[in-house]
Design a protein around this ligand. Structure first.
Ligand code: GAL
Length: 714
C-alpha cells in the first residue's frame, strides 16, 4: 500500500517532465494575473535575480478581470531537455514587446532569440533588454520568467492540424500567395527543463502592461533632480575641469542637475579599480561637496570587471567566474558574498561622500568581449543565466545601497530585463541612430524599461537641435560628451533653440514628475507607444489598407506599424523631426488635439502635416489636457523648496489632473509621505472654464507656491 502511494507520488512529481504537450493549470496570483509552471523550472530566474515583489495596492486598484485566453489553446511541454510553449493568436491580432527593439514596433511574424547583447542593427532578439514579455492588441500580456536564451516564433509557425491552418495557394497563379503564410500561434523554445509563465489580463493593452509593471514592483520613481538636465563630461576631465564646466552652464543660463564622470575618475579602467584616480581627483569628498554647493550632483561611470589593482580584487576573487573580461575578474553577483564586497566598496568610497548614482556600462555584450557561454560561475548558475541577468543584478545591488541611505538615485545601465521596472535606471547605448532611438523609446513602454535617446555629437546645428528636442521629451535629458566634449552651446547657430528646449524640460518637471509617480503607483509607462493609446488602433488601420491583407494578416500587421511619434505622459503626443526634415505627418487619434505651444485646434482623428520650423518639436495635447508647469529653473527644486505653478489647460472640456508631490529626494513616500493634489477644471457661473487645486492634506508635502492659470484654447 505504502509502496503503491509512493509510486503514485513519484509519478505525479515526474508527470510534468515526462508528459507530452498539455494544457497548463493556471493559478490566480493577483487581480488579473495568473501563473503556471511547466516542467521543472530552473532554481534561478529573472524574478529571483531581482527579488522584486508585486505592488499589491496598485494591482488591487486595477481590479479583477477574466482569464484573457482560451485555456485549452495554451500548451506547454518538456522534451529533450527543453521547454516548448504555444500560445494562441487570432487572425487580426498584433503583438508588441519581446524587449527593447530598435527598428520594429510590431512583432508579429518575427523570429527572435532573446539574448542580452549590445544592439547590433537588427531586431533579432539580441538587445540590451531582451524581456520575455509580449502584449497583444487584444488586451493581454504573456511573461515567461526564464533567464535563458529563449527562441520566440511570434506568429510564424504553421501547425499541420490547426483548425485555422492557412489554405495552400498556388504561387503560379495566385497574387495572394505569400512566403510566410498565416500563423495562429506564438511558440517558444527554452533551453531548459521548465519555466514559470505569467498571464496578464487587460482589458486594454495598456492595462495589461500596467499589470505587468505593477506585478514586477511598479515603475521607478526618480528623484526630482533626475528629471532635470545632465551632462556627461569628457573621459579624462579633472576635478577642476568639471567644476569649470558646471560654472559655464550656470553663467550661460543652461539648466544642469547632475554631471556624469566617465572612466577617467577611476585610477584604472577596462578593467576597473572602482577607486578614484588620485591625480585627476585628489580630494573626491571636497570635490563633491563643492559641486553640491553649486546644486549639482555627481554620477559615476563604471563597468563591472575588476582590475587586479582594485582594492577589492583579492577579496572578491574567490567569488568570480572562470573567465575574465579585459583581464578583469567577473564577480558572480548571484552570490551574497560578491554582492556585499562590491557594495561595500561603492558605499565606503563613493556613496559615503555623496555620489548620487552610477552609469553601469558594458554589462550587455558584445560576445567577443564578454565572458563566453562556456564560463563557469561558483554559484553553478550558468554563464547564460548570468548574461541574461547581470544588468539586473547590478541595478539591484546599487539600488539597495541608496535605499539603505534613504536617498533616491537615478542612473544609467546598458542591460536590463524583466524585473528591472522598479530600478531607477535608464538604458542607453552607442548605436546613435536618431530615428531608431525613437523606436526604442516607443518599445521601452512594452517591456518595463526606460530608454534615453542620448545626444553625443552632430554633424550640423540642425541635427543637434532635433536630437536635443527628443532627449528633452524622454526619461533622461542628457548629453553624453564622454568622447568629444560637446556642450549644449557647441552649435552657436542653434544655441537659443537648444536653451529653449532644455528650459522647457525644466518647466515640464511637475508634469513629468507626476507622470513618473503614475508609473510607480499605477504602472503606466511615462513615455509610451501610440499603440497603447485608446483610439489609435483604428486610425492606424485606415491609413494602411492594402488589397492582400484579408488573406495575410501578418502583412497587415507589418503595414500597420507606426513609428516616429509617441505619448509623453497622460496628455502629450510628441512627433519629432529628424535631420533634413522640415515637415512630417502626424496621426492624431480619435478626439480633439491642440498645438502645445499655441493651444490652437490641430485636428481630430486624422492625419495632419506639420512644418514647425527649427525652434519647435511638434507636441500636441489631448482635449481636456491639463499640464502643470513650473518656472524655467536651472536646477530641480530641492526637498521642501516651494515652486510656482503655471497650469496650462487645452480644449474646452472640464477635467481633472492628479499632481504628485513629495520631498523629491528620499524614500519617505514609501511610508505615505506624499500628496496627490487634485487640479480640477470646471465651468464657472458665467459659463467660462476655471480651475482649482485641492489643498495638501495636513502634515503632507506641500511644495506649491503661487498658482496661475493659462487657458490655452480661445
Ligand atoms: C561606452 C559607453 C559610452 C561611454 C564609453 C566610455 O561603452 O556606451 O557611453 O561611457 O563607454 O568608455
Amino acid at each position: 500500500m505504502i509502496l503503491k502511494s509512493t509510486y503514485l507520488l513519484l509519478l505525479i512529481l515526474l508527470f510534468p517532465i515526462l508528459s507530452d504537450a498539455q494544457n497548463p493549470v493556471w493559478q490566480r496570483v493577483a487581480p488579473g494575473v495568473w501563473k503556471t509552471l511547466i516542467g521543472s523550472p530552473d532554481s534561478y530566474d529573472l524574478l529571483k535575480a531581482t527579488g522584486v515583489l508585486p505592488y499589491q495596492e496598485g494591482l488591487a486598484k486595477l481590479g479583477e478581470a477574466g482569464f484573457p485566453l482560451t485555456e485549452t489553446r495554451i500548451e506547454g511541454e518538456v522534451s529533450d531537455g527543453k521547454t516548448y510553449l504555444r500560445f494562441p493568436l487570432e487572425k487580426e491580432e498584433q503583438l508588441f514587446g519581446f524587449g527593447l527593439n530598435f527598428k520594429t514596433v510590431q512583432q508579429r511574424g518575427r523570429i527572435l532569440q532573446l539574448h542580452t547583447d549590445h544592439y547590433g542593427g537588427t531586431d533579432n532578439g539580441r538587445t540590451h533588454a531582451p524581456v520575455p514579455f509580449y502584449v497583444s492588441d487584444k488586451g493581454y500580456g504573456v511573461f515567461v520568467n526564464s533567464a535563458r536564451y529563449l527562441t520566440v516564433y511570434a506568429g510564424t509557425t504553421v501547425l499541420r492540424d490547426s483548425p485555422e491552418a492557412p489554405r495552400p495557394l498556388d504561387r503560379n497563379t495566385d497574387k495572394n500567395w505569400s512566403a510566410q503564410p498565416y500563423s495562429d500561434a506564438v511558440e517558444m523554445v527554452i533551453p531548459t527543463t521548465g519555466t514559470e509563465i505569467y498571464l496578464f489580463a487587460g482589458p486594454t493593452p495598456l492595462e495589461a502592461v500596467r499589470r505587468f509593471n505593477l506585478f514586477l514592483g511598479g515603475g521607478t520613481l526618480p528623484p526630482r533632480w533626475g528629471l532635470g538636465f545632465t551632462q556627461r563630461v569628457k573621459s579624462l576631465y579633472t576635478a577642476n575641469q568639471v567644476v569649470e564646466e558646471a560654472k559655464a552652464f550656470s553663467e550661460k543660463g543652461f539648466p544642469l542637475d547632475f554631471i556624469g564622470l566617465e572612466p577617467g575618475w577611476q585610477s584604472k579602467s577596462y578593467p576597473c579599480t572602482l577607486a578614484w584616480d588620485k591625480n585627476r581627483f585628489p580630494d573626491p569628498a571636497d570635490f563633491i561637496r563643492k559641486m553640491n554647493e553649486m546644486g549639482i550632483r555627481i554620477n559615476l561611470w563604471t563597468n563591472p570587471y575588476l582590475s587586479p589593482e582594485s582594492p577589492i580584487y583579492d577579496k572578491i576573487k574567490p567569488y568570480t567566474a572562470s573567465h575574465t573580461v579585459w583581464g578583469g575578474v567577473v564577480a558572480d553577483l548571484t552570490l551574497p558574498e560578491a554582492q556585499s564586497i562590491l557594495g561595500k566598496q561603492m558605499e565606503k568610497d563613493q556613496l559615503s561622500i555623496g555620489v548620487s548614482g552610477y552609469k553601469i556600462d558594458e554589462c550587455d555584450g558584445y560576445d567577443r568581449w564578454l565572458w563566453p557561454d562556456v564560463a563557469k560561475f561558483p554559484s553553478k548558475n550558468s554563464a547564460e543565466q548570468l548574461r541574461q541577468t547581470y544588468g539586473l543584478l547590478l541595478q539591484k545591488i546599487t539600488t539597495d545601497l541608496f535605499h539603505r541611505q534613504n536617498r533616491r538615485t537615478y542612473g544609467l545601465v546598458r542591460a536590463s530585463n524583466a524585473g528591472g521596472v522598479s530600478f531607477p535606471y535608464v538604458i542607453y547605448n552607442d548605436y546613435y541612430s536618431h530615428e531608431d532611438f525613437i523606436t526604442a523609446l516607443i518599445n521601452s513602454s512594452f517591456c518595463g524599461v526606460l530608454w534615453t535617446p542620448e545626444v553625443r555629437g552632430s554633424k550640423t546645428g540642425e541635427e543637434w537641435v532635433r536630437r536635443m528636442q527628443t532627449v528633452c521629451f524622454s526619461p533622461m535629458a542628457m548629453i553624453n560628451a564622454w568622447s568629444d566634449g560637446t556642450k549644449p552651446w557647441s552649435f552657436p547657430e542653434v544655441e537659443k533653440e537648444v536653451k529653449e528646449i532644455a528650459l522647457l524640460r525644466m518647466q515640464l518637471m511637475p508634469y513629468f514628475y507626476s507622470e513618473f509617480a503614475k508609473y510607480h503607483f499605477e504602472g503606466t509607462p511615462p513615455f509610451r507607444a501610440m499603440n497603447l493609446e485608446p483610439g489609435f488602433g483604428a486610425m492606424a488601420s485606415t491609413e494602411h489598407k492594402n488589397a492582400n491583407l484579408a488573406e495575410n494578416p501578418y502583412l497587415e500587421a507589418v503595414n500597420k506599424e507606426i513609428k516616429g511619434q509617441y505619448m509623453a505622459g497622460e496628455f502629450l503626443l510628441v512627433a519629432p523631426l529628424f535631420k533634413g526634415q522640415t515637415e512630417r505627418s502626424v496621426i492624431l487619434p480619435k478626439g480633439k488635439w491642440y498645438d502645445f505651444y499655441t493651444g490652437k485646434f490641430a485636428g481630430e482623428g486624422e492625419i495632419i502635416r506639420v512644418s514647425p520650423g527649427l525652434a519647435h518639436i511638434p507636441v500636441f495635447v489631448k482635449e481636456g489636457g491639463i499640464v502643470p508647469m513650473m518656472p524655467p529653473l536651472l536646477h530641480a527644486p530641492a526637498a521642501g523648496q516651494k515652486f510656482d505653478l503655471e497650469i496650462r489647460v487645452y480644449g474646452k472640456t472640464p477635467g481633472i489632473y492628479l499632481l504628485y508631490d513629495d520631498d523629491g529626494e528620499t524614500f519617505n513616500y514609501e511610508k505615505g509621505d506624499f500628496s496627490w493634489r487634485k487640479i480640477a477644471i470646471f465651468t464657472d457661473k458665467k459659463g467660462k472654464l476655471a480651475g482649482s487645486v485641492s489643498k495638501a492634506e495636513k502634515g503632507k508635502p506641500d511644495n506649491l507656491g503661487k498658482i496661475s492659470w493659462k487657458f490655452m484654447t480661445e
